[in-house]
Write a protein that binds this ligand. Sequence first.
Ligand code: SIN
Ligand code: FE2
Length: 215
Amino acid sequence: MDLFDSIVESEQRDVQLAPGAMLLAGFARPLEAALIEAVAAIIARAPFRHLVTPGGHRMSVAMTNCGRVGWVSDRTGYRYDTNDPDSGLPWPSMPETFADLALRAADGAGFADFRPDACLINRYEPGAKLSLHQDKDELDFNAPIVSVSLGLPATFLFGGLNRNDKTTRYRLAHGDVVVWGGSARLAYHGVMPLADGEHPLLGNQRINLTFRKTR
Ligand code: SIN
Ligand code: FE2
């Protein structure tokens, strides 16, 4: 094995972020073509859009959804909605490949029988970021969060249960999956501004799929 191989390998090891939180390196990589194709079909029906926060700020990350419900934000607050507010139509259904990947990743991190009913799809272009937050708009905190990274690498921040807890930075590369649940379910997390780059399959962007069980 040459030096290059050993560097790649050391970056691809699974890491525990906290009790209940795992980075599964490259877990989604074998499905990259199917995932990218499915995202293309979803955005043809429910295009990416920049949501506005209740405080009136336009988010730098563009979003869409698939599944029974989708996460939306507007001046009135955050919520899960069965319909796309832009088209009035139900969100595209969750592809089998998505649901199966989320189930297997959760299982790999120790959370059996994860059946998400929502998949938020985030698109980061260079400079886009997500401030430190908790995922707490769901009714069921027993189910974990499963987050799949595609395209350009990002720096993920993972902290504790209080906003001011120390955060650790992790590099999330194409195909990496992060699962957090149990005592880490309400951990603060965020994404640093995306660096410019060119990914062979997705170009100048990062796509993230976040699976949740909302009820
Ligand atoms: C999220 O917290 O909803 C997205 C996290 C990510 O893009 O990795
Ligand atoms: Fe989140």
